[in-house]
Design a protein around this ligand. Structure first.
Ligand code: HEM
Length: 128
């Protein structure tokens, strides 16, 4: 129905956990992205990201209960995110979204948000 959140429409938490697990499996192998993650274990970062996405799309507010206001640009300020990092991030995310086999309009909504958010997170100017 029209009142269903995207969180509900995709199948709730298991779908977001799968998305983030697939995404981090890609990050784990990425020579540009992997060294950016401060912790040796990517599990806690994956958990934070899954909780954030669930909250954003209308699921439980566990992310903010644990972490406070998202302030994502501020939280990414310690990391150098240029076009190459953004594109690598989006590469792994595209694969992860595709693996969910969602209906096209739902996958499209999810992807549009993720792509815009990734562009928004860039914090170093493009090369001249
Ligand atoms: C955290 C990299 C884009 C959501 C992080 C961390 C890194 C990182 C290195 C720290 C890992 C941790 O300890 O949690 C990047 C890069 C991006 C990017 C290279 C490329 C554009 C995004 C986007 C979103 C996002 C587009 C949201 C749609 C998050 C969240 C956290 C996080 C929720 C955890 C924040 C916290 O509560 O501490 N990211 N990120 N990131 N990222 Fe990103």
């Amino acid at each position: 129905g029209t009142s269903m959140t995207l969180f509900e429409a995709v199948g709730g938490e298991p779908t977001f956990r799968k998305l983030v697990d697939e995404f981090y499996a890609g990050v784990a192998t990425d020579p540009l992205l992997r060294p950016m993650y401060p912790e040796e274990d990517l599990g806690p970062a994956a958990d934070r990201f899954a909780l954030f996405l669930m909250q954003y799309w209308g699921g439980p507010n566990t992310y903010s209960a644990q972490r406070g206001h998202p302030r994502l640009r501020m939280r990414h300020a310690p990391f150098r995110i240029g076009a190459a990092e953004r594109d690598a991030w989006l590469h792994h995310m595209r694969r992860a979204v595709d693996r969910l086999d969602l209906p096209p309009e739902i996958a499209g909504a999810l992807w549009d948000y993720l792509e815009r958010a990734a562009y928004f997170m860039v914090n170093v100017p493009a090369d001249p």
